[in-house]
Design a protein around this ligand. Structure first.
Ligand code: ADP
Ligand code: ASP
Ligand code: MG
Length: 407
């Protein structure tokens, strides 16, 4: 049996008209002889009646929502969406089985709000597929062995889709969304962003971890384990979007020289924290890191020098970090409202002058670089949030990323 998993994101199921487009894709796959498993997200974006953020906004801050109940609440968005989608599919003449994450056999760990898929028992889905049903699964949710409903982290319907693709040994996993595919930058930020036709799991995993939210990085990691190709596609179009595989064979010869960068992305809402070495205090660096670890504050972008420890924390953790360090007698300064711009590309490694070009692009726009770091696939620059969009556009332009369209 040829199996295709097709996932439709929030905007792709937000209206009847969008759901019709989605159903056309399913109908085409069905005509091509695929057994189709459909994964749906909650309908729409913040403000739409049953979107995840709207459900969350039902509980005011002064009320007491537990993490467990929060998952129960959030999971309703995908449950509602799958039932509505299933009913429309049936009206188009298909035999349909609608399954919650739990009914689809998705077992998770018990971290509410950010659970991992521990295992999938695909027996029920297989049974339904064998009897000719199209199976519609509520994304983003699963069940622990204790019988608790969990969610998989924001954007987690992608993870449901690829995990099912792996469990069912699917031919392809289609991630349908509201842009044309994986682009060189968020097209809402950079006008000249272009679609990449082929990327490797490795490239896109880095890109997604650095903030490109077009696909969840964990979803990519899962598909990579079994080498199942992902296609990131626009619901409103019929082309095949961006193909994500392990081997970019036909353009490998041109890579990495021709594609130093895959794209530019960012993560925002950060605070930079600078801790000065108190004179005569030994072991200060260890004390800083231990204190943050014990308080459960995860740090990023750290630099350790003999006189200073510098790092970033998510905005919401900054006050806790500063008050803890101050109580320990440390001298602390912060720079709020900063963002990390990430230039990502497997081709960065070993290519001289990449950082020089980034610095020159940012300097030409008078953008202050507060900190920088690099790995063999990514160069990060910390900038003031006010400069963020300018910085992304400047790097995109400097590396002529608009010319990567069709690669
Ligand atoms: P869905 O609800 O379909 O899962 P998401 O909002 O999670 O959609 O992801 C799609 C969005 O990702 C796009 O609307 C786009 O603004 C954003 N995005 C960020 N970076 C990129 C990128 N490099 N390529 C494409 N889209 C991107
Ligand atoms: N509805 C969930 C969210 O908004 C999951 C998803 O859309 O992938 O995060
Ligand atoms: Mg998403």
């Amino acid at each position: 049996m040829k199996i295709l998993v097709q996932k439709f994101g929030g905007t792709s199921v937000s209206s009847r008209a969008m759901r019709e487009h989605a159903i056309n894709h399913i109908a085409r796959a069905h005509e091509e002889g695929y057994a189709v498993v459909v994964v749906v997200s909650a309908m729409g974006r913040a403000g739409d009646p049953y979107a995840t953020d709207t459900l969350l906004s039902l509980i005011p801050d002064e009320d007491k929502l537990t993490a467990r109940d929060c998952d129960l609440l959030m999971s309703c968005g995908e449950t509602i969406s799958s039932v509505i989608f299933g009913a429309m599919l049936r009206a188009r003449g298909f035999e349909v089985a609608v399954l919650s994450g739990a009914q689809a056999g998705i077992r998770t760990t018990s971290e509410f709000g950010d659970a991992r898929i521990a295992e999938i028992d695909p027996a029920r889905i297989k049974r339904e597929l064998h009897s000719g049903q199209i199976v519609v699964v509520s994304g983003f949710q699963g069940l622990t062995v204790e019988g608790e409903i969990t969610t998989l982290g924001r954007g987690g319907s992608d993870t449901t889709a690829t995990a099912l693709g792996v469990a069912l040994d699917a031919d392809y996993i289609d991630i349908f969304t509201d842009v044309d595919g994986i682009m060189t930058a968020d097209p809402r930020i950079v006008d000249g962003a272009v679609r990449l036709d082929r990327v490797t799991y490795y490239e896109i995993c880095n890109f997604a971890y650095q903030g490109a939210k077009v696909i969840h990085p964990r979803a990519v990691e899962l598909a990579m384990q079994k080498n199942i190709p992902i296609r990131v596609r626009a619901t409103g179009r019929t082309d095949l979007g961006t193909l994500v595989t392990s081997a970019p064979h036909q353009w490998e010869a041109r890579h990495p020289q021709d594609r130093i960068l895959t794209g530019v992305t960012h993560s925002a809402n950060l605070t930079q924290v600078k801790v000065q070495h108190p004179l005569g205090r030994s072991g200060f660096q260890t004390q800083v890191f231990d204190a943050m670890a014990q308080a459960g504050i995860s740090l990023d972008f750290f630099n350790v020098t003999p006189t200073e420890v510098v790092f970033t924390v998510p905005e919401g953790k900054a006050d806790a970090a500063v008050s803890l360090l101050t109580q320990m007698g440390m001298i602390v300064a912060t720079v709020p409202n900063v963002a990390k711009v990430a230039a990502v590309g497997a081709g960065i490694h070993g290519v001289p002058g990449v950082m020089a070009r980034i610095v020159s692009a940012l300097s030409a726009e008078e953008i202050e670089i507060l900190q920088s770091a690099d790995s063999n696939t990514t160069i990060w620059c910390l900038v003031h949030e006010a400069d963020l969009i300018k910085a992304i556009r400047a790097i995109h332009h400097k590396f002529d990323l608009h010319s990567l369209g069709g690669m």
